[in-house]
Design a protein around this ligand. Structure first.
Ligand code: BGC
Length: 262
């Protein structure tokens, strides 16, 4: 789907907040204010879908049916169905979520995993722009999201945030939410990140690791403490990556594995 204005709407649903904006997909710039609302308590489907519809209505271009809409969601998404639910209600598991969003928004949408959206955006406009080889984009937020992009092709739904490390689901120890919950110093958190990224390297041998999520604005506090084989850099798009990637996918600018674009 595409439109003449090069503008698309991106919505990024997270365990804690839902963000949306109108985006110039040519430049990767937001063309509206970013609207952020809290994820409804319990993150149940009906509540989240209603909240997204309300948010989208407030954005410029929302009334124009030719403006593509992309929605990024924190779960494995296969053929429009949400397959997992790590930081949202279990009611999402097996739900035809894309169809439900389309019904509420009154038009077709593009629907994808939130970390995949962030990965696409970092590849199109950010810290992984045009990088060759294997890039691992991670988002450190409520959970840990991961995306793998190999020579510009996204491999969707890679869930390395759930690697088992020392008997724990990695994101429960190394996400930014874990840092906040346990009031960890940067040094203590970096130790956990070191273990986490080492495990990722063991299985994937990436050429570049991009560290995203809102906390990446504090990268100077923890990235220098990490010792890895791959180059590791902060994300450029931080909290906007999910919005930008969702908009970009909606505008048809970037595919997934098998559809090499960009
Ligand atoms: C989910 C992923 C998601 C990540 C970041 C994880 O708990 O399993 O699908 O990308 O959180 O939101």
């Amino acid at each position: 789907m595409s439109n003449d204005t090069g503008v698309a709407i991106g919505v990024d649903i997270g365990g804690t907040g839902i963000k949306g904006a109108t985006v110039d997909v040519g430049t990767g710039e937001l063309t509206s204010d970013r609207i952020k609302i809290a994820t409804p308590e319990g993150a149940r489907p009906d509540d989240v879908i209603a909240a997204v519809a309300e948010l989208v209505r407030k954005l410029p271009n929302a009334g124009d049916e030719h403006t593509p809409i992309g929605v990024a969601f924190p779960a494995v998404v296969k053929h429009g169905v949400t397959m997992t639910a790590a930081n949202v209600s279990d009611d999402w598991i097996g739900l035809e979520a894309e169809k439900l969003f389309e019904k509420a928004l009154g038009r077709d949408i593009s629907f994808l995993n939130d970390a995949d959206a962030a990965g696409l955006a970092e590849y199109m406009y950010g810290a992984a722009k045009d990088v060759a080889g294997v890039t691992l984009v991670t988002t450190l937020g409520t959970g840990i999201g991961t995306a793998i992009i190999c020579d510009g092709v996204l491999v969707p739904n890679v869930e390395l945030g759930h690697l088992e490390i020392d008997g724990h689901d990695a994101e429960t120890r190394a996400s930014n939410a874990a840092r906040e919950r346990e009031d960890l110093s940067w040094k203590k958190w970096a130790k956990r990140l070191q273990k986490y990224y080492r495990a990722c390297e063991k299985y994937l041998s990436p050429d570049l690791i991009v560290v995203g999520g809102g906390v990446s604005k504090h990268y100077e506090e923890f990235l220098p403490l990490l010792d890895l084989d791959a180059r590791i850099v902060p994300a450029k798009l931080r909290n906007n990556a999910g919005i930008l990637g969702a908009a970009c996918r909606a505008a048809g600018l970037h595919g997934t594995a098998g559809e090499r674009v960009g």
